[in-house]
Design a protein around this ligand. Structure first.
Ligand SMILES: Nc1ncnc2c1ncn2[C@@H]1O[C@H](COP(=O)(O)OP(=O)(O)O)[C@@H](O)[C@H]1O
Ligand SMILES: [Mg+2]
Length: 493
């Protein structure tokens, strides 16, 4: 690609001719200067200086024209008979012939070298662009970022004026997901289009394969109108297939009269595979998140159900048994001391059983959480802790149930761990909401050494938090206590 394709071939050829003329004139000037001192035939070789650049930048045909022009000018100005293109002397004629052949051969070699260099550069540009995109895919950047990056890489690599990525919607429309243009232009990203007229997206959808549109002239439809408004002459498109289904399309367009080279579609195809991989990864991640969230929600619902069953069933029955026992105790004549003390013992046992049941129910699902929200539930947890707990709770609004339950269990497990493993003397629990994120932190001043891989409690917590799109960090250096922190995004939960 010697010059940008946006120039039309006619103009390019004209510029080549002009350059050839100027170069030949310049060399002729030099030959004229040298003429008094050197046999002019020796200076003929200087015209290679005109032929070579033309061969490199405009190719062999124009180089031949330049060589002929050089010989013609030389013969006209410097070879007897002067001011005629005729050549009288045989030696001169042979010299000119040899020069002409040499110039053409050298010109052809130079233009081939130039083409080979261009192909090599193109290949290496393509490889680096693919590598950049692959790195981003491997890093798992958000799809929207990747789409923009790929669209720009494709646009630049194909030397296009415009590149777009579009996604097919189930309702038959397309959405622009990324766009790039060489010159600033309003490009509809995020907008939905009908596929009613001529467009790359429609042809790709209908054919399922690569598409080349040579002209938008006179075409109808929203996308064709946009193309006309931007002065697009031709476009190519490449399908993006994800898991066998057609997901979207990458299109490159040019305002130049010269169509894209034949291998351009193949170049784009390399990128569509990377995009497909990124989309597959993102979809798999989203599915995993959703299924984790479902597992957590189902487990929480089951726990709440068990707590309710205990509360409404066994607990109620024990309470009414205790009340009947009290009534019975009241009826026992005072002389039946032994019976009376046995009933007292029974009553005490019943109360213990009831307390234990309440405690169990609370462990399964704390009713106070549903009634009062996170802060009161955490205060209740702190009161029951064997190690003193300092609270720094942000007065938060009521959060979603999933979030409150998860934050509660997070603190509950951390406090249990501290009691079991830390030998700490003081615990602190803090909550805060900053920038739409709920931060929950538990610190103990114990021995440290907590580790996700040594049990199931911390891992379960991490699953629970990540299922809500959050993040857990654990900092537990030996001898320096343990800090466990969770960040829950308040949105999408
Ligand atoms: N606060 C803590 N202080 C010291 N060690 C801890 C603390 N929390 C957890 N650990 C260590 O990390 C391991 C993993 O914790 P966890 O996954 O909750 O499992 P476990 O069922 O043993 O509590 C524990 O077995 C314990 O060795
Ligand atoms: Mg534990």
């Amino acid at each position: 690609m010697a010059l940008r394709r946006t120039r039309s071939p006619g103009i390019r050829r004209l510029m080549g001719l002009l350059a050839a003329g100027l170069l030949v004139a310049a060399v002729t000037g030099v030959v004229k200067l040298g003429e008094p001192h050197v046999p002019t035939l020796n200076l003929l070789v200087l015209y290679l200086l005109a032929v070579l650049p033309i061969a490199v930048f405009w190719g062999t045909p124009l180089a031949v024209v330049t060589a002929v022009l050089s010989v013609w000018t030389y013969a006209y100005l410097f070879v007897a008979p002067l001011h005629s293109v005729l050549v009288a002397d045989a030696e001169n004629a042979i010299g000119l012939g040899v020069f002409l052949v040499t110039a053409v051969v050298v010109g052809e070699l130079a233009s081939r070298l130039r083409r080979a260099a261009l192909v090599a550069k193109r290949l290496s540009d393509e490889q680096s662009a693919l590598r950049r995109v692959a790195t981003q895919v491997a890093r798992g950047v958000p799809p929207a970022v990747l789409f923009t990056a790929v669209t720009e890489e494709v646009g630049r690599l194909c030397d296009a004026d415009l590149a777009r990525m579009e996604r097919y919607e189930p309702d038959g429309m397309v959405t622009g997901v990324a766009a790039w243009s060489r010159v600033p232009a309003h490009l509809a990203v995020g907008e939905r289009f009908e596929l009613d007229g001529l467009s790359v997206a429609r042809d790709v959808r209908d054919s399922g394969g690569l598409v080349r549109l040579e002209s938008f002239a006179g075409a109808s439809g929203a996308i064709a109108r946009e193309a006309q408004a931007l002065g697009i002459r031709s476009s190519i498109g490449c399908p993006i297939k994800v898991g066998g289904r057609l997901w979207g399309v990458i299109a490159a367009s040019t305002t130049s009269d010269t169509p894209f080279p034949a291998n351009t579609e193949a170049q784009i195809a390399g990128f569509t595979e990377l995009v497909a991989t990124a989309i597959e990864n993102a979809e798999a991640r989203a599915e995993l998140m959703a299924s984790r969230a479902r597992v957590v929600v189902t487990a929480d619902r089951t726990r709440r159900q068990i707590e309710r069953n205990l509360h409404d069933g066994a607990q109620q029955r024990l309470v009414s048994l205790a009340m009947r026992l009290q009534t019975t105790q009241a009826k026992v004549p005072s002389e039946l001391v032994e019976l009376s003390s046995e009933l007292d013992q029974l009553a005490g046992g019943l109360t213990d059983a009831l307390d234990e049941l309440r405690e169990t129910a609370r462990g399964i699902h704390p009713a106070i959480l549903a009634e009062g929200g996170l802060s009161p539930a955490l205060k209740a947890l702190a009161r029951r802790s064997a190690i003193p707990v300092q609270l720094a709770l942000r007065a938060e609004p009521r959060l979603s149930e999933r979030l409150e339950v998860s934050a509660y269990y997070f603190v509950s497990e951390a406090l249990t761990n501290a009691a079991k493993h830390s030998h700490a003397s003081l615990l602190t629990v803090s909550t805060n909401i900053v920038g739409g994120v709920l931060h929950v932190q538990i610190h103990d001043d114990g021995q440290g050494g907590a580790d996700f891989t040594r049990g199931t409690g911390l891992l379960g917590l991490r699953d629970r938090v990540e299922a809500l799109g959050g993040r857990v960090t654990l900092d537990s250096p030996r001898g320096l206590g343990t800090t466990l922190m969770a960040e829950f995004p308040l949105t999408d939960s």
